[in-house]
Design a protein around this ligand. Structure first.
Ligand code: ZN
Length: 357
């Protein structure tokens, strides 16, 4: 296949996205693979860099290629590659850790301080025509799984990781705060892992309606409960769970009141997983965490096996990621896609940008 120039979508600075032509990348490491990108999802993090130029300690200091939720087709392989071949359709795990860090050796490579993660400054992202990846960070897409679904494997892997951390199993009673993409997928994975109850809580009815396609057994609009009424909110959710507290709470909103209510809804000895990122400091009833001997655990991206399991969940039909895709744009219209996402935040769940033609 003739590989002409590499079209890339570059965030030059805050508010400035352009299409650029760059040289086609060359495979230097024999374990690397060249992929023609076919679909990329827009993530909240991309929007953050576009609007404000940074997330926490990651600051955009130089132009950066956007995108990290991608799938594509293998077009060339290095001389040592054995896991994939030219023509394979793959989901791309977009973060490559250092093989030398203690975190990687301990089996938690997602926490590696030397992680090179696509579209996290200064690392370029996947919104390109051709992308290089090591072979062991690719998962083949089975027949019947589309490139668009392959792009959704990235956020789905966060749902898989959080469910494994929480130990969701058959019969678990689960509450999910926030019905955005990650909340929806986390709840859907919980159901696929055997949860008997999955209560989604959000302040928008349109999001809660969608949650019904993502494993919700109950939905609850919390907008009428102000921040000082979190106990009342917890009491209402308890009624939905037939008088039980939740075994597991997934907090995917990052909102102070949800963190507070989440602790109150968790049962004695239960677990709350903090996935949403809001303010760095928050008030919540820590005495209740101790009094219940509950576990409060953090969750960051995904680690070994999560991408593979996410692909299996899609291929088996246990999670319908397609129900999340609300908008589609052509590669050349990527800048428009980002502007549309910002202008229509309430109606957009997941936008997919096609690969260049
Ligand atoms: Zn993402």
């Amino acid at each position: 296949m003739l590989q002409t120039g590499n079209s890339v979508i570059v965030l030059r600075k805050v508010g400035d996205i352009v299409v650029e032509q760059r040289p086609v990348p060359i495979i230097e490491d024999p374990h690397y693979v060249k992929i023609a990108i076919k679909a990329t999802g827009i993530c909240g993090s991309d929007i953050h860099y576009y609007r404000s130029g940074g997330i926490g300690k990651y600051i955009l200091k130089a132009p950066m290629v956007l995108g990290h939720e991608s799938s594509g087709q293998v077009v060339e392989v290095g001389s040592a590659v054995t896991r994939v071949k030219v023509g394979d359709r793959v989901a791309i795990e977009p973060g490559v850790p250092s093989r030398y860090s203690d975190e990687t050796k301990e089996g938690r490579y997602n926490l590696c301080p030397h992680m090179a993660f696509a579209a996290t400054p200064p690392i370029d992202g996947t919104l390109v025509k051709y992308y290089l990846s090591p072979e062991d960070f690719l998962v083949k897409l089975p027949e019947g799984v589309s490139y668009e679904e392959g792009a959704c494997v990235e956020p789905l892997s966060v749902g898989v990781h959080s469910n494994k951390l929480a130990g969701v199993r058959f019969g678990s009673r689960v509450v999910v705060f926030g019905a955005g993409p990650v909340g929806l997928l986390t709840g859907a994975v919980a159901r696929a892992f055997g949860a008997s109850d999955v209560v989604f809580i959000d302040v928008f009815d349109n999001k809660l309606d969608r949650a019904k396609e993502f494993g919700a057994t109950h939905t609850f609009n919390s907008s009428k409960f102000p921040a000082d009424k979190t106990q009342e909110l917890a009491d209402e959710v308890e009624k939905l769970l037939s008088g039980h507290h939740a075994d597991i709470v997934f907090e995917c909103s990052g909102a102070d009141a949800c963190i507070d209510a989440g602790v109150k809804i968790t049962k004695v000895g239960g677990t709350m997983v903090q996935i949403g990122m809001g303010k760095n400091y928050t008030n919540f009833p820590i005495a209740e965490v101790s009094g219940k001997e509950m576990k409060l655990i953090g969750c960051f991206r995904y680690s070994f096996g999560d991408y593979r399991d996410a692909v299996k969940l899609v291929a088996s039909g246990k999670v319908n990621v397609k129900a999340m895709i609300t908008h589609r744009f052509k590669f050349e219209d990527a800048a428009k896609a980002y502007d549309f996402n910002i202008a229509h935040g309430g109606e957009v769940v997941k936008t997919i940008i096609a690969g260049p033609e």
